[in-house]
Design a protein around this ligand. Sequence first.
Ligand code: TMP
Length: 199
Amino acid sequence: MELRLFIDFEGIDKSGKATQASLLRDWLIGRGFKVEVISFPDYTTEIGLEIKAFLSGLKQYSPEVRQLLYAANRWERKSLIESWLMDGKIVIADRYTPSGLAYGYANGLPLEWMICIERGLPQPDVVIVLDISPETSLKRSKGRVDRYESDLKFLENVRSSYKSLAEKFGWYIIDGERAPSEVFNDVINIISKYLSITR
Ligand code: TMP
């Protein structure tokens, strides 16, 4: 069966992206699909290390430079993702271009410019935004903060960016405040449509 499926989980920090990505991977593998999971930022690359440096406050960059580094980090992984898709694997991303757009938009960067630097990258077929409040995000991070998590107002802006971009680009939004199993039911309902299989 010819299948090209690239799924991306999105949302503000601690919205449950990694949990849902892992549940979905296991669910798909259990149904005989070959699956790869990738997370962005990918901190293992040269540019990923640079991203780590500014997120931990070791380096300072303007919003534009940070945006370019996040995008370049995706370009570093372009051929890997393409090779997986060519092999008929389902690719699940924990953050991808939509994170760039939502966080960049909240930083006041122009949408057309951000889209431009992502053009040519493999784009997801399905984007699922796990929607939680900034308060839930901070509560779930239990004191672990990075530069964004420390800023409730910023997270609120990112959340509304996700909402308006979801409407513009046809991304799904799911209530991420619920238990992981309930959230996952919604995820399966969405993904099943793309797989044309019944549960
Ligand atoms: P992480 O906590 O999921 O590893 O992501 C680190 C931070 O980077 C998170 O606050 C979201 C932000 N980010 C962007 O601003 N743009 C991007 O393109 C990506 C992938 C992440």
